[in-house]
Design a protein around this ligand. Structure first.
Ligand SMILES: NC(=O)c1ccc[n+]([C@@H]2O[C@H](COP(=O)([O-])OP(=O)(O)OC[C@H]3O[C@@H](n4cnc5c(N)ncnc54)[C@H](OP(=O)(O)O)[C@@H]3O)[C@@H](O)[C@H]2O)c1
Length: 241
C-alpha cells in the first residue's frame, strides 16, 4: 500500500552534481522528493533520503516506491564513468559496476515503478539521464558509451510498450544533459593522456567556461518533468530545447 500525495519525484544520484541541483529545484516547485544515493548531506522539508547502492542489485530489486501521487516522476540520474582507459586496461570490476549503476539498476527501478503504479490514475513519468556518449563511440569510455546506448534503446522500447498498452498517462524520456560542471567532469579531466586521448579537450572546456552548471541543466530537465507530454521524442538533449 503506498501513500497518496500530490507531486512526487524519486531522484537517483541525489547527493551531488545534476541530481542535487534537481532535488533543490523540485522542492522549490512543490514536489515531495525522495533522494536515492549512497551518501547524503542534505535535509529539507518534504525531502527524504533513501540510502541505496545501485551496484547492490539485490537491494535494487527490493526497492519499493512507497509514495504515490497525482504526478510521479522517477529520475534515473545516478551515473558512473568507470575507469577511463582502453579496453584491456580497465578492471573487470569497473565494467561490472558501471553497467550496474548506468544500465541494470535503472531498468530494474523502471520495471518496479511501472509494475507498482501501472493501474493508478494520475501522471507517471520516467526520465533517464543519458549522454551524448550513448550516441557515438569515444575511446576509453567503451563501457560508459555502451551503458548509455543501452538505456536509450531501453527507453525507446518501453515507450512503444506504453503506447501499445494505451497507457496515455505514462511518459518516458532519455535525456543527454550536455557537458556539465560536476565531479564526473573532474574525474575525466584527471585522466592521463596515455589512457584518454581527448583529455586536453575536457581540460579546455573547463578553462574556457564551456561547461553547463548543474543548476542550468536542472532547469532544462524541469521543463521536461513539468510537461512531459510536450516532448514527443523519447531521446532528447538539453542542447535541443
Ligand atoms: N557531468 C557531465 O558532463 C555529464 C555528461 C553527460 C551525462 N551525464 C550524466 O548525468 C548524470 C549525473 O552525473 P553528474 O555529472 O551529476 O555526476 P556526479 O557529480 O559524479 O554525481 C553522480 C551521482 O551518482 C551517484 N552514484 C554514483 N554511484 C552510485 C552508486 N553505486 N549507488 C547510488 N548512487 C550512485 C552519486 O551519489 P553517491 O556517491 O552518494 O552514491 C552522485 O549523486 C549521470 O548519469 C551521468 O552519466 C553527465
Amino acid at each position: 500500500m503506498s501513500v497518496q500525495r500530490n507531486k512526487i519525484a524519486y531522484v537517483t544520484g541525489s547527493s551531488r552534481g545534476i541530481g542535487k541541483a534537481l532535488v533543490k529545484l523540485l522542492l522549490q516547485n512543490g514536489y515531495e522528493v525522495v533522494g536515492i544515493s549512497r551518501t547524503n548531506d542534505f535535509t529539507a522539508d518534504n525531502y527524504r533520503f533513501d540510502q541505496l547502492d545501485l551496484t547492490d542489485i539485490s537491494a535494487v530489486k527490493n526497492y519499493v516506491f512507497d509514495v504515490s501521487g497525482d504526478e510521479v516522476v522517477l529520475i534515473n540520474n545516478a551515473g558512473a564513468i568507470g575507469e577511463i582507459a582502453p579496453t584491456g586496461s580497465v578492471s573487470n570490476d569497473s565494467i561490472h559496476k558501471a553497467m550496474n549503476i548506468n544500465t541494470i539498476a535503472p531498468q530494474i527501478l523502471i520495471n518496479t515503478f511501472i509494475r507498482q503504479f501501472s493501474n493508478n490514475s494520475g501522471k507517471f513519468h520516467v526520465l533517464n539521464i543519458s549522454s551524448g556518449a550513448g550516441k557515438r563511440p569515444i575511446e576509453s569510455w567503451a563501457t560508459y558509451c555502451a551503458s548509455k546506448a543501452a538505456i536509450d534503446l531501453y527507453s525507446e522500447t518501453v515507450a512503444l510498450e506504453l503506447e501499445w498498452k494505451q497507457k496515455n498517462n505514462w511518459f518516458i524520456h532519455s535525456c543527454a544533459p550536455g557537458v556539465v560542471d560536476t565531479r564526473m567532469q573532474e574525474e575525466i579531466r584527471s585522466s592521463d593522456i596515455q589512457d584518454f586521448k581527448h583529455v586536453d579537450n575536457f581540460v579546455a572546456y573547463k578553462e574556457n567556461d564551456d561547461l553547463y552548471t548543474p543548476e542550468y541543466v536542472a532547469q532544462k530537465l524541469f521543463e521536461v518533468i513539468s510537461k512531459p507530454e510536450s516532448f514527443k521524442e523519447v531521446i532528447i538533449s538539453v542542447r535541443d530545447f
